[in-house]
Design a binder for this molecule. Structure first.
Ligand code: CTP
Ligand code: MG
Length: 452
C-alpha cells in the first residue's frame, strides 16, 4: 500500500478505543433489546449483521445493523408490528422505512441503528423476504474476507465515498458495502480491483461460484455468492459505473488523497454563474414544487421518473431538451427540476409528412384528411415524391406548453399530487438564488470530485 492509502487507513480504521466504546454500546443495546423481547415472549434471536459484524465498517461512517430473526411460521404483519414497537421503545428520532416489510431506523446514544425484522433461514432459497439473506451475507464475508483484506475493503469503501459512488440507495445508485466486500474477495486487493476495473466494459459479469443464474442487464453484474438468483450490483447506475472506471484510471495514473477525501465544492458567486450561463446558447427553465413528505428511497426514483416524462413530452412537441437535472432544497422543502432547452421559440408552423406520391389511395385519404383542416396553413403539396402539408403548431414556447400541460403528465404518485396542488415554472433569473449556488457550480463547472 502506498503512503496515501496508509494515511487514509489511519483516518477510517476504528481505533482500539473506538472499538471498545462501540462494543459497550452494542452490549447495552442488545440487553435492552432482549428485555423487550422477553416482555413480549417472542421466540426470536437477535443478531448484529452488516459491516460491524464483518469488521469492515468505517470509523467515520457507520451504522449498527441489528436484526431480529423470527421463525418462518410467524406472519409478516406480526414480525413488522413487533419489530416496530420494540424499536420505538429503544431508539429516538425514529423513521419507519420499507423494504419488503417495514423496519425502523433511529438513534441509540448518538449511534445510527437499523432495526430490521427477518426470518431465520439456512439457505437463500428459503427466503421469504429480501433481508433474510443478510445474515447469510454476513457469514459469507466473515468466512471469505481475509484479515488483511479488511484494509482493502475499507479503502475501497472510502474511495467510493470520495467519488460519491458508495451506497446502493436510490440517492446514490452506487456500490453497496456487500458489493465492495465481494469485489475484494474476487480481485484479492484494492489495487488489483482498480487495475481490472480500468478495462471493465458495460455489461461485465462476475461470479464467485460456478453454476447457472438468470440473465441481468445492468452495467455490472455480480452474482450473489449466497443466492444465484440475485445480482448484487443491481442498483448501480451507468453513470456511477463509468465514474468508478474513470476514477480507477486516474487514481492509478496519479494517486492522490483527494480521491478519498475530495475538497468541498466552492460555490461560485451568483454573478459568475450568471456570466457563464449568458455565454451559453441555451435557455434554462425550472419547475418548482413542494417536496412530498416521503422517504428519500421513494422520492429519488419519482424525481427521475418525472425528469424522463417531462423530457419525453417536450420532445413529442418538437422542443429540443438537451439535459434535465434536479435539486432538492431540503431547507425549504422545494424541488427544482431544471431543463436545458433552446433559447428561441419554435416556428409557428411545421411541415407534416404524408405518404409517397405513388400510393394513390393513401394520397387521396391524406388530402381528404387535411383539406380544410382547422390547423392547416397550406394545402397538401408534393415534394421529393412525398405528400406534405404545412400546419400550425399548438405550442411554440416550451414554458407555455409546460404551464398548460404539466399537471396532466404522469410524474410519479406523490409528485403528481403535489404538482396538482401547486407548482411554478420559472426562467433563469429565478433560478439564480443562494440556495442553488452549489447546484449551479457543480453543474456548470463539470469537474470530477478529485479535481476540485
Ligand atoms: N444489503 C444488501 N443489499 C443492499 C443493502 C443492504 O444485500 N442494497 C444487506 C447486506 O447484507 C448488508 C446489510 O444489508 O451487509 C446491511 O446493509 P448496510 O448497512 O447498507 O451495509 P453494510 O455491509 O453494513 O456496510 P456499511 O454499513 O459499512 O455501509
Ligand atoms: Mg451497515
Amino acid at each position: 500500500m502506498n503512503q496515501i492509502e496508509q494515511e487514509v487507513l489511519k483516518k477510517i480504521t476504528p481505533t482500539e478505543e473506538y472499538r471498545k466504546k462501540l462494543e459497550q454500546i452494542i452490549n447495552d443495546l442488545e440487553s435492552s433489546l432482549n428485555k423487550e423481547i422477553e416482555k413480549r415472549k417472542l421466540p426470536v434471536e437477535t443478531m448484529i449483521v452488516g459491516s460491524i459484524a464483518k469488521d469492515t465498517y468505517l470509523m467515520t461512517n457507520m451504522d449498527i445493523d441489528f436484526f431480529i430473526c423470527f421463525p418462518t411460521n410467524f406472519k409478516k404483519e406480526n414480525i413488522a408490528k413487533n419489530a416496530l414497537s420494540i424499536g420505538r421503545k429503544l431508539l429516538i428520532d425514529t423513521e419507519e422505512s420499507y423494504a419488503e416489510h417495514p423496519y425502523l431506523r433511529g438513534y441509540y446514544k448518538d449511534y445510527y441503528v437499523e432495526l430490521v425484522p427477518c426470518y431465520k433461514i439456512e439457505k437463500a432459497s428459503q427466503k421469504l423476504s429480501a433481508v433474510d439473506r443478510t445474515p447469510l451475507h454476513t457469514e459469507y464475508v466473515k468466512n471469505n474476507v481475509e484479515e488483511k483484506q479488511k484494509k482493502d475493503v475499507r479503502l475501497l469503501k472510502q474511495f467510493l465515498r470520495g467519488i460519491n459512488c458508495y451506497g446502493a440507495e436510490s440517492q446514490i445508485q452506487g456500490f453497496s458495502g456487500y458489493l465492495c466486500e465481494i469485489l475484494i474477495i474476487y480481485y484479492k486487493s484494492f489495487k488489483n480491483l482498480l487495475e481490472n476495473a480500468k478495462n471493465w466494459k458495460n455489461g461485465i459479469k462476475l461470479s464467485l461460484k460456478n453454476g447457472n443464474h438468470p440473465n441481468f442487464y445492468t452495467p455490472l453484474v455480480f452474482i450473489d455468492p449466497v443466492d444465484p438468483e440475485r445480482n448484487v450490483a443491481s442498483a448501480l447506475s451507468k453513470e456511477k459505473f463509468k465514474l468508478f472506471i474513470k476514477a480507477a484510471k486516474e487514481y492509478l495514473k496519479k494517486p492522490d488523497i483527494k480521491f478519498f477525501f475530495p475538497n468541498p465544492i466552492k460555490p461560485w458567486s451568483i454573478s459568475k454563474i450568471q456570466e457563464r450561463i449568458k455565454k451559453e446558447d441555451n435557455k434554462y427553465l425550472g419547475i418548482i414544487f413542494n417536496e412530498p413528505d416521503i422517504i428519500d428511497e421513494n422520492l429519488y426514483p419519482q424525481i427521475r421518473k418525472a425528469e424522463k416524462s417531462i423530457k419525453k413530452a417536450c420532445i413529442e412537441m418538437d422542443f429540443n431538451i438537451y439535459d434535465t437535472s434536479f435539486f432538492i432544497d431540503k431547507k425549504n422543502n422545494d424541488i427544482y427540476l431544471i431543463i436545458k432547452t433552446d433559447k428561441e421559440d419554435l416556428s409557428g408552423t411545421k411541415i407534416h409528412n404524408g405518404p409517397p406520391t405513388d400510393l394513390k389511395d393513401n394520397v387521396e385519404e391524406f388530402k381528404q384528411k387535411w383539406n380544410n383542416h382547422e390547423k392547416i396553413v397550406k394545402e397538401p403539396f408534393e415534394q421529393n415524391k412525398k405528400m406534405k402539408v404545412e400546419i400550425k403548431r399548438e405550442y411554440t414556447n416550451v414554458k407555455h406548453y409546460l404551464d398548460e400541460n404539466i399537471s396532466n403528465l404522469s410524474l410519479g404518485k406523490h409528485l403528481d399530487k403535489v404538482i396538482k396542488k401547486n407548482y411554478e415554472i420559472v426562467e433563469i433569473d429565478d433560478l439564480l438564488n443562494e440556495n442553488l449556488r452549489i447546484f449551479w457550480t457543480e453543474y456548470l463547472d463539470n469537474k470530477y470530485p478529485w479535481e476540485r
